[in-house]
Structures are given as C-alpha cells and as structure tokens.
Write a protein that binds this ligand. Structure first.
Ligand code: PMV
Length: 329
C-alpha cells in the first residue's frame, strides 16, 4: 500500500478567485491554466498497520500547519477507500513553497494520486481532479496536462467541478512561462483567506464575476488557435482584474513588492519595443512572464538583470500527474 506520484505546478491564465462553497472548495468561476513542465512535486504515501499516527514530511521538515491540511485530505481518501490505516507521507518540491508559485497545486495533485493509489482506489482523471480539488482548488488543474480548464460546475455536491485538458502538452510547444522569483518567503495572507476576504468586502468582486466568462472564451480560443497575442493580452488583463478586487478589500491586500512593479513596467515597455510578452501574477509578489520560445532567452536575460529578481525558471506546457517507481522512502 505504497505509491509515489509526481505532479507539476500550474499557472492560471484565467484565475480562480472566490468560492461558492468553502468546505467542498467549489469555485465561483471557471479558470484556465498551463501545467508547468519542470515545477514539480514528488510525493510518496504508504498506508500501513505499522504506523500509529499519520506523519507528514515536506521538503525534509515536519510543518504543523501543512500537516493538518494533509491529514484532513488523507481522511477524505480513507473515507473513500473505507480504511482506517494511518499513513506516512513524504513530499519534496523543486521550487519554493507558498510564494505564489502554486506549490499547493502540485502538492495536492501529487498527494491525491499517490494516496488514492496507495489506498487501492483506481481513480480516473476526472475523479482524481475532484479529489485533488478538496486539498486546494488549483490542484484540480495540476492533474491534467497542457492547457487545462477547471469547470466550476453547478451541482451542490461538486461532482461536476473538475478540470480537464483543453489541449495536450505538445499542442503549443512554443509557449513559455518564465517564472521570476522576487521573494521566497511564505506569503502573509494565503490565497484561501485572500479570496474569502475579497468575496466578502471588495466592491469590485461583482465586476470580476461579470467579465470572467468572456475571458475564458478568449483564452480558450486563443490557445486552440495558438494565438499568442489574444491569449497573453487577455491573461494579463484577467490578472490585473483579480488584483484590483484584492487591492480594494477591507483591509486591503497588496501582494506586490517593488520588484513586482519593476517587472510589470519592464514587460510593458519591452512589448512596446517589439518583444512580445505579457505578465501574470498570483497571490504573491512573483511575476510570471508569458512569451514564445523565440524571445525567451533574451527576455530571461533582461529579467535577471532587474533589481530584486532572485532567479528565473522557464517552463513549457507540461504533463499531468503520473505515478513513478522512484519512492522517496
Ligand atoms: O488553489 P489555491 O487556494 O492555491 O488558490 C489559487 C489562487 C490563484 O493562484 C491566485 C489563482 C489560480 O487560479 O491559481
């Protein structure tokens, strides 16, 4: 009863921001992301009688807050698999946690696959996405490859709220996402708390909900047509709309740092000069820059020269969650 899974992070082009059900993690709007090849979490789960309690080690540390979330998730798996066995979970990511880089997405997608497999559940991709969603909303998208849409669904039980590929990983091989890391510290306000505060207090949240369907259509079609200008410009505006709702909550949530602004202005001027690129930012200070492979090297070099940029990582559309024999223990 041991299994290991690998899942990639994902970056949303049309963001998920706000829930219609907190407990089941049902979103108020659908979203579209790119699964980021190379931003990976590997997780091994073993259920056994030899364990008296669950143990959780993430990147060589036993972290109390993360442990609670993982144990709650294991309880869901135990419920589905009708077992009471305790588990050992060891997980490791190759990028910083909780810095707006969607480590919870790759983390819960890998955990969903490893834990369900170790518990003897054979879930298909849709069922796996629904399970991963219960750990963290964005994790529902990391289960699938390439460009992925998470359908918000309408049912109260969440059975139609899952993600699936819009196109496979090899459909648009020229697309690049340069992740620019300006801070590796854990953010002060989690996405979960941030979106809940936004739904409750931002006067602009209605505006967000009213325009997101049009963005979904534009980005979905842009991806299918491999139209970089349409996809990138809409994704950038969608990110700014999401941040506008956060900035206007009470109290205000501003995830951006000075280096974030520096990158925003640079991307805007580089585009004017002819290197086509667009930015997107999640609930954190790091900026992801979208471009095509022909401009990637030059843009990355320029990004690394900016003040406050610690490092950059380039991703292309990547694989969904998968099992591996390389167990971590
Ligand atoms: O799934 P969570 O709770 O990590 O929330 C993700 C929220 C954003 O990253 C800001 C947007 C998104 O769609 O990934």
């Amino acid at each position: 009863m041991k299994a290991t899974a690998v899942a990639n992070a994902n970056i949303a082009l049309v963001k998920y921001w706000g829930k219609r059900n907190d407990e089941l993690i049902l979103p108020a709007n659908s979203s579209i992301s790119m699964t980021c090849g190379g931003l990976m979490t590997t997780t091994t789960v073993e259920f056994s009688e030899k364990f008296e309690e669950d143990s959780v080690t993430i990147n060589d540390e036993e972290l109390a807050a993360e442990k609670d979330a993982v144990v709650a998730f294991l309880d869901l798996v135990r419920q589905q698999a009708k077992t009471r066995l305790k588990a050992k979970v060891v997980s490791s990511s190759n990028f910083p946690m909780a810095a707006g880089l969607a480590s919870s997405a790759s983390g819960f997608a890998a955990l969903a696959l490893a834990a369900s497999e170790a518990a003897g559940l054979k879930l298909n991709e849709k069922e796996l996405s629904i399970l991963a969603r219960r750990g963290s909303g964005s994790a529902s998208r990391s289960v699938a490859e390439g460009f992925v849409e998470w359908h918000k669904g309408n049912r109260n039980d969440g059975s139609d709220s899952f993600a699936e590929s819009v196109v496979k990983a090899d459909y648009w091989p020229e697309f690049r996402m340069i992740t620019t890391i300006v801070a590796e510290t854990k953010k002060k306000i989690s996405s979960r708390a941030g979106m809940s505060q936004t739904v409750k207090t931002s006067p602009y949240y209605e505006g967000w909900l009213n325009t997101v369907d049009a963005d979904l259509t534009t980005v979905r079609n842009g991806i299918k047509e491999r139209d970089f200008s349409a996809t990138g410009s809409c994704a950038q505006q969608n990110c700014l709309k999401m941040h506008a709702t956060m900035i206007t909550t009470k109290p205000s949530i501003v995830y951006w740092q000075p280096a974030t602004m520096e990158i925003i202005h640079s991307v805007l001027s580089w585009r004017e000069e002819g290197s086509e690129c667009y930015f997107t930012i999640d609930a954190g200070p790091n900026v992801k820059v979208m471009c095509l492979d022909k401009n990637e090297k030059e843009l990355r070099k320029r990004l690394e020269m900016l003040e406050g940029v610690k490092k950059t990582i380039t991703c292309r559309p990547g694989d969904g969650a998968r099992l591996t024999d390389n167990h971590l223990f």
